[in-house]
Design a protein around this ligand. Structure first.
Ligand code: SF4
Length: 689
């Protein structure tokens, strides 16, 4: 029996993996502060992923486009990849090769992937799928607090809250054990949909504020305005701990509740009531999720919610605060160790000379050889095979042809590559397009560390041997790096050796892991970063000062603006996308788990009965949903509490059923987050189903 953590979301529930009926491993809940002995259905069924029938156990190689993927041995596969990478670099320069990572990779893998790109390949072309999840919250957190630790306090602090605003978050569906920490609070849920969390809030006497999609920023401005009108702002806190309120207020001053109602559709009386409830609670939190973050103005929208929290004096005080509910399993750690286009380990900026010096010394390279910042995830994907864009991509832990916006365009760009290499455990939709597929171990077949949504570093323990023929991601990176002329010791294959190097690289950085040792982890110490060597960890941040040089938080002067595209007679409805309890991300894992696949076998579109009737559709029909970018097929699911003007689609399905065939890659100017949450669409009966 091995105690470890779930392979999926950022709550990282603790679980025991033990022999179940028939001898295969089974997951059972384990006690841990975040999940308190609970698991959602994804966690309960997670061990099945280890034994899926289509598990890859040998590398696959496609000799040329049009040929099939054929099994080859590891040396053949790695030699082929290294030869092609070397050739492309010699002919077209280092930036002709690129790397795409994941917020699901362990800290050690995230760290070595960034190092591999900068040192072994010398390319600036590296980014990761976390750009599509948490980047707006990260940018807004850095802007406000000088540092982004999504939830700068332990989840258990929420147990004592009196009021919690959940803006664009649906934990009752996506992270059910988290709801156990919200049970004492009055919930104010902000979501265009009557989500499971919104319904729960109403059942318990809370509120559901349902803004028109894309107007969350205006709603936050309206709440700030309402709180000030009623004299509920914390003037002392604003004076003593913040800067920039006057500039921020210049925008909020124009958002009196009736104007906010006009734009958002949320009644002014509800805006006033919500502002009053939040401002007068003795313990209050504002938590944001993807619903407010995945917009072309996601950073400003998140900033508007942070502004509200700051104006009420919540962040950096015991018993209250602001936090982002990070989504991917290592969404927090994945953005700290250097697989982002603009960052080096320790959450350092890649364009900071001191950061480059520090990291170069750990890597044993000349700082001048570390490339500068590269393009963000969608810009990188969109540049593949074009002009001077990359001609090769190495993909680890990600399935962008399902999870990236405008999926058809992404598929076209990936098909234009000279070389696509995918490391995965099954032939995902992206792997099926590859020239080389490298079969790699899964979470329970290797050890490593993850950083959960609270910023706590956790040990994932090995519970099973990988199947014969499978290697770990670290072994793959080492094998390629050595073939590209790197010393073997520069790319360790043992996770604890990689962690030791990560500790040195992060030391002194914003996300300081220098005290995250195997011994401290084994002792059960709660290692919330910053966790400096020889010093205590940091469960709660900002109690004395924020991370800006002057110790003060900063309001952001933000203004509402329209979504990147609007509806019109041809595309009269808005589509939003989101997650289901039974599936995770692109579904490459969960669509292979029998119970989960049987529960939700097909994509669906949630639509109001009147809207469906106007489109000639009834419950269970196959609909074709079409945007300006593409179309998807989905079964109609009628919801009388849905908005008449908005449909919802889960994004876990692939191919013809991929919701991301519809989504808009308009990018946030700061975070480069695409606008997943607002696409103009039309709905028709499906012609061929
Ligand atoms: Fe917990 Fe998330 Fe895993 Fe569900 S998916 S068991 S909420 S970590």
């Amino acid at each position: 029996m091995t105690t470890t953590h779930c392979p999926y979301c950022a709550l990282q529930c603790a679980m025991r993996l033990e022999p179940g009926p028939g001898g295969a491993l089974a997951a059972r809940p384990a006690d841990f502060p975040t999940n308190r002995g609970g698991l959602c259905r994804k966690g309960w069924t997670s061990a099945e992923v280890l034994t899926v029938p289509d598990r890859l156990t040998t590398p696959l190689l496609r000799e040329n486009r049009g040929a099939d993927l054929e099994p080859v041995d590891w040396d053949t596969a790695l030699d082929h990849v290294a030869d092609r990478l070397r050739g492309l670099r010699e002919s077209f320069g280092a930036d002709s090769v690129s790397v795409f990572g994941s917020g699901g990779l362990t800290n050690e893998k995230s760290y070595l992937l960034g190092k591999f790109a900068r040192v072994a390949l010398g390319t600036s072309r590296i980014d990761y799928n976390g750009r599509f999840c948490m980047s707006s919250a990260a940018a807004a957190g850095n802007r406000a607090f000088g540092l982004d630790r999504g939830m700068p306090f332990p989840v258990t602090d929420l147990d004592e809250a009196e009021v919690i605003v959940l803006a664009g978050a649906n934990p009752a569906e996506t992270m059910p054990p988290l709801m156990g920490h919200l049970s004492a609070a009055r919930l104010i849920v902000v979501d265009p949909r009557r989500s499971a969390t919104a319904a729960e809030a109403l059942r318990r006497g809370g509120m559901h504020l349902a803004p028109r999609p894309g107007t969350d920023l205006a709603l936050a401005l309206g709440l700030l305005h309402a709180a000030r009108l009623e004299g509920l702002l914390d003037a002392d806190y604003i004076t003593e701990r913040t800067n920039g309120f006057a500039q921020a207020w210049r925008h909020a001053a124009a958002w009196w509740p009736e104007r906010a109602e006009h734009v958002t559709g949320v009644p002014a009386t509800d805006i006033r009531a919500a502002a009053r409830a939040l401002a007068t609670a003795t313990g209050a939190y504002v938590l944001t999720g993807r619903g407010v973050e995945q917009h072309a103005k996601g950073t400003d929208t998140t900033s508007a919610w942070i502004n509200l929290a700051l104006a009420l004096g919540l962040p950096g005080r015991p018993g209250s605060g602001y936090g982002c509910i990070t989504g991917q399993g290592n969404g927090q750690g994945g953005r700290e160790h250097g697989q982002k286009a603009d960052q080096l380990p320790g959450y350092r900026r890649i364009d900071d000379p001191a950061a480059r010096e520090h990291v170069a010394a750990v890597w044993g390279v000349d700082p001048a050889t570390i490339p500068g910042p590269g393009p963000s995830a969608f810009e990188l994907l969109d540049s593949l095979g074009r002009g001077d864009g990359p001609r090769a991509m190495l993909l680890f832990g990600s399935n962008p042809v399902v999870s990236a916006p405008d999926a058809r365009r992404v598929r076209e760009r990936m098909a234009a590559l000279d070389l696509l290499v995918v490391a995965d455990f099954v032939l995902s939709e992206s792997a099926a397009m590859a020239d080389v597929v490298l079969p790699v171990a899964q979470w329970a077949e290797e050890s490593g560390t993850m950083t959960n949504l609270e910023g706590r570093v956790l040990r994932r323990r090995k519970a099973a041997e990988p199947p014969a023929g499978v290697r770990t991601d670290l072994e793959v990176l080492n094998g390629l790096a050595v073939r590209l002329g790197q010393p073997p010791a520069r790319f360790p294959t043992e996770p604890d050796d990689a962690l030791a190097e990560l500790r040195a690289a992060s030391a002194g950085g914003a996300a300081d892991y220098s005290g995250v040792t195997p011994e401290r982890l084994a002792s059960g110490e709660a290692l919330y970063w910053p966790a400096p060597a020889g010093g205590p960890a940091t469960p709660r941040m900002f109690l004395d000062a924020f991370a800006h040089p002057d110790g003060r938080a900063r309001f952001a002067a933000v203004e509402h603006r329209a979504a990147a595209e609007d509806t019109d007679p041809e595309f009269p409805l808005v589509a939003t996308t989101g997650r289901l309890m039974g599936h995770y991300q692109s579904g490459a894992q969960t669509r292979r788990v029998t119970e989960l696949a049987d529960a939700e076998p097909d994509a669906y579109v949630e639509v109001h009965p009147d809207t469906a009737a106007c489109c000639g559709l009834a419950e269970g029909d196959w609909a074709q949903v079409t945007s300006r970018r593409g179309a998807t097929a989905a079964r109609v699911r009628l919801r009388s509490d849905a908005r008449l003007d908005t449909v919802f689609l889960p994004f876990h399905y692939a191919g013809e059923q991929a919701a991301n065939n519809l989504t808009n890659p308009a990018l946030d100017p700061t975070s480069r987050m695409p606008e997943f949450k607002v696409s103009a669409v039309r709905l028709r009966p499906h012609a061929t189903r």
